[in-house]
Design a protein around this ligand. Structure first.
Ligand code: GLV
Ligand code: MN
Ligand code: MN
Length: 422
């Protein structure tokens, strides 16, 4: 492996091109808030997603990459190496956004990967191994929860069919949305699901405040904390809000409130490392003057320590049941990702590249989950973080400076070359 600089390819990374492409992608599903922030709402497997993919494909083909799609609708852009028989080095991220999302989460990593291909093409560099850029399907879980279904399918973490019956808010099944995507992209070459890459690197905005606060330019990501998602369904009985005595009610909202209060006690962490979020609560029938029959709320629980992820996550169903006064409840776990450590290979390549380019870098773990989490059992894996303003993300005001985006793409280009060999 070559740990030195790759000046031609690195110098060929274009800050302007990368920025213009980020802004062009931000227009697909883009909206402006009352505060003037420019957000993005680009659900996976939607017409907007396909429009964004077509734009990406056009750029990739013009750069000399070949395009293919796997059965999970993961999209691959391949820059051939001098030895096509060797497993490629894989990079990329996702193109879907949160419903009230920003312009950088996900798409930055895909466009940084494409920028690396552009730079290699401009510099006339052919690495030994092919470099493939992937746009994973449904990382966010914003339309079809949970997220990371594309990468989980690719790595065999779960069979693809495990996601078939997930529905969006309109009741559309994941399998049907996937079939529609394939039909709309029938002209694209297909490839089989999954392979064992030589390595995987994902570039991403940090989505946290550390790099900016500490004046750092690159985050060498060491691993990702564990996440568990649950859906809790509390069932009682509807009643008249004006007439039914409280003592006779089976009020699902009141028991859901008790359950959430008890969960806050379970999840209490004076060190503020643990993350516990109830981000969605729906009630049925959902009118002011009817006692709710049903409440469904979500739990997103995260921690870097596997022991804590297991112990407190496993305690959730019991804590919910014990908190109920009049209703019944079902607790369903719908996403489980244990903490991962990236080990040395890819983080060292990222650290070497940042050092060779004179960029200030620190090592840090990721609080957000990423597709990279699911690649760890399959190949050496790592991530590159770039600073984002005030650490804000999953919000229309999410922002990364053009120079930060370019720095990340330059480090990615060099790390890819390092891993792919020349
Ligand atoms: C990914 O978007 C996450 O929620 O961490
Ligand atoms: Mn993301
Ligand atoms: Mn996200």
């Amino acid at each position: 492996m070559d740990g030195g600089t790759a000046p031609n390819a690195v110098a060929a990374v274009s800050e302007g091109r990368l920025w213009d492409r980020l802004m062009a992608m931000a227009r697909i599903g883009g909206f402006t808030t009352e505060e003037g922030d420019q957000g993005v709402n680009r659900p996976c497997l939607s017409a907007l997603d396909r429009e964004a993919r077509r734009l990406l494909i056009g750029w990739a083909q013009a750069a000399g990459a070949s395009v293919s799609v796997d059965p999970a609708a993961n999209l691959f852009l391949r820059w051939e190496g001098t030895d096509p028989s060797l497993p490629p080095v894989l990079t990329g991220s996702h193109m879907d956004s949160q419903p009230h999302g920003g312009r950088f989460d996900g798409i930055y990593g895909v466009l940084a990967g494409l920028e690396a291909i552009e730079a290699l093409a401009a510099a006339g560099v052919r690495p030994k191994r092919a470099i493939e850029v992937v746009a994973w399907t449904n990382e966010e879980g914003g339309r079809f929860a949970p997220g990371c279904t594309g990468s989980m399918s690719f790595t065999g973490f779960k069979p693809m069919s495990a996601f078939d019956d997930i529905t969006d808010v309109e009741g559309i099944r994941y399998a049907d949305a996937l079939a529609e995507q394939h039909a709309e992209e029938a002209d694209l070459p297909r490839r089989p699901l999954g392979y064992r890459p030589h390595a995987f690197i994902e570039a991403h905005i940090e989505q946290g405040p550390r790099l900016e606060a500490e004046g750092q330019e690159i985050g060498v990501v060491t691993g990702i904390q564990g996440s568990r998602w649950f859906t809790v369904t509390v069932e009682g009985r509807t009643d008249h809000a004006g007439t039914a005595p409280l003592s006779l009610r089976r009020d699902a909202v009141q028991d859901a409130v008790r359950a959430i209060a008890a969960l806050n006690v379970l999840m209490h962490d004076p060190s503020d490392v643990l993350r516990f979020t109830v981000g969605s609560i729906t009630t049925e029938p959902g009118t002011s003057n009817t006692v709710a029959r049903k409440v469904v709320f979500t739990i997103d629980f995260r921690h870097p320590d596997e022991g804590v992820v297991r112990a407190r996550g496993d305690a959730i169903p019991g804590v919910v049941q014990a908190a109920l006064k009049t209703c019944t409840a079902r607790v369903h776990e719908r996403f489980t990702a244990m903490p991962v450590d990236f080990g040395p290979t890819v983080p060292e390549a990222v650290a070497r590249a940042a050092a060779a380019q004179g960029l200030k870098a620190i090592r840090l773990p990721s609080g957000a989950f990423h597709d990279a989490q699911f690649l760890v059992p399959v190949c050496p894996t790592g991530m590159i973080f770039i600073p984002c303003r005030a650490g804000v993300s999953h919000h229309p005001s999410e922002y990364a400076e053009p120079v930060a985006c370019a720095n990340g793409a330059r480090v990615l280009t060099q790390a890819l070359l390092d891993l792919a060999g020349t």
